[in-house]
Design a protein around this ligand. Structure first.
Ligand code: HEM
Length: 400
């Protein structure tokens, strides 16, 4: 595997409260230190919108083919998408791309709506008198159910799938690295052993699902091996899960906190836009690339092989791109220019799916319920994933 770069060693955000609200640090960096080299781990860091976008998309200068990385999951599969550049990348992406076009997703709309309706119906009259953990009851279950269905994995196993993918995506922390690495290796084994018989069965009797399609897909004239299909399955089950859950949870949180829920309910045409604003305003994310040849395109000399971290959640608040960027505004015209889905060749393949899920979820929720309010005394930073910045609980009151 790749050598691990620890994000926490760079940002020095120590408390959960700082991890929940790294925005003052980002702002400080954008204004006074927009491109800096961390001597300890020997990595570049960029914080401004234009620079972040360039690092993500200019693959001729900033390659995805790197020896060191911050990313928590390393799938060294021969068809891994995130660690190769074009033209190789285009071939691999083609294997999956057709499943995620807006047109293919049209077929999934009724299924997504059915799962949304099922989860809403699960909120009983009794639930309305006390706080409901909307993370657990809704935001976790929608993405994991849908991605399992899409891949053709029994969605009744959602709890197991969720547990595995959560572990695989746990952020790396210096003090616990040996333990986390062991834990992840164990999960890879178990997850693989679970998927392998399913993949074998789908190879002999293909169904209408993505795993079946992958068993039939050809890469450079040969079919993918069972192991390659299993590897892609693990990658997709993970990629489609925690990210979308976090987005949904943050939508509930900000619509309640900012008091915009009743307005969105009255003007549902604003919902997609408001959901994008959540993804711009608060979605903690960064990615890394390696310098391909010595360059000074960003105005400082960077050497071949050096790693550059692009801090998207800082770029998303950059006043140079978003007027009043530190303010949450559901009427902002250009929210969708956020970089939370990446940019360029590697732009998130699942973005159309994640958008569909989030828009359907919020629209149907608003049809069913008049308002939501945060539980008294709720402090998001008391509920973050270990050493990370994502929520693991969100109790809200739901008004009929
Ligand atoms: C790539 C974010 C949901 C599948 C990416 C990248 C980002 C991202 C930033 C770019 C990686 C890079 O440039 O190295 C998100 C966010 C999501 C989300 C914020 C939800 C809110 C999903 C879903 C799926 C998915 C639902 C699939 C079921 C993928 C795949 C790639 C990818 C396969 C690799 C694309 C490539 O390298 O060509 N995602 N993602 N994502 N995402 Fe997502």
């Amino acid at each position: 595997g790749k050598e691990i770069i620890f994000l926490s060693g760079i940002s020095k955000l120590e408390t959960n409260e700082e991890r929940w609200n790294p925005f003052p640090w980002y702002r400080e960096m954008r204004e006074h230190n927009p491109i800096f080299f961390d001597e300890q781990q020997r990595v570049w860091n960029v914080f401004r919108y234009e620079d972040v976008k360039r690092v993500l998309s200019d693959y001729k200068t900033f390659t995805s083919e790197r020896e060191r990385s911050t990313i928590p999951i390393q799938l060294e599969s021969s068809i891994n998408l995130t660690s190769v550049d074009p033209p190789e990348h285009r071939k691999r992406r083609g294997l999956l791309a057709s499943a995620f076009t807006p047109r293919s997703l049209d077929a999934w709309k009724p299924r997504i709506q059915a799962v949304v309706d099922f989860l809403i119906q699960g909120i009983s009259a009794e639930d309305l008198s006390k706080p409901v953990d909307i993370y657990e009851r809704f935001a976790v279950r929608l993405p994991v159910t849908i991605i399992a269905d899409l891949l053709g994995v029994p969605n009744s196993d959602w709890e197991q799938i969720k547990e595995w993918s959560d572990i695989l995506f746990l952020p790396h922390h210096q003090e616990e690295i040996e333990e986390t690495t062991k834990q992840k290796a164990k999960v890879m084994k178990e997850f693989g052993a679970y998927l392998l018989p399913l993949v074998k069965q789908k190879r002999s009797q293909p169904q209408d699902d993505i795993l079946s399609d992958l068993t039939q897909a050809e890469y450079e004239g040969t079919k993918l091996t069972d192991e390659e299909v299993v590897g892609s399955g693990i990658g997709l089950l993970g990629a489609g899960n925690e990210t979308t859950t976090t987005w949904l949870t943050q939508c509930f949180y900000y619509f309640a906190k900012e008091g915009v829920y009743p307005q969105l309910r009255k003007q549902p045409e604003l919902i997609p836009q408001a959901c994008e604003e959540v993804l711009r305003y608060h979605f903690i994310a960064s990615l890394d690339r390696a310098v391909k040849e010595d360059t000074d395109v960003l105005g400082v000399p960077m050497k071949r092989g050096e790693i550059v971290i692009a801090w998207m959640s800082s770029a998303n608040r950059d006043e140079r791109q978003f007027v009043g960027g530190e303010t949450f505004d559901i009427h902002r015209q250009n929210s969708k220019e956020h970089l939370s889905f990446g940019n360029g060749q590697h732009f998130c393949l699942g973005a159309p799916l994640a958008r569909l899920e989030t828009q359907y979820a919020m629209t149907s929720f608003m049809k069913a319920f008049a308002n939501i309010r945060l539980a008294e005394g709720y402090r998001p930073w008391d509920h973050l994933v270990s050493h990370g910045s994502t929520l693991t609980s969100l109790p809200i009151y739901i008004d009929r």
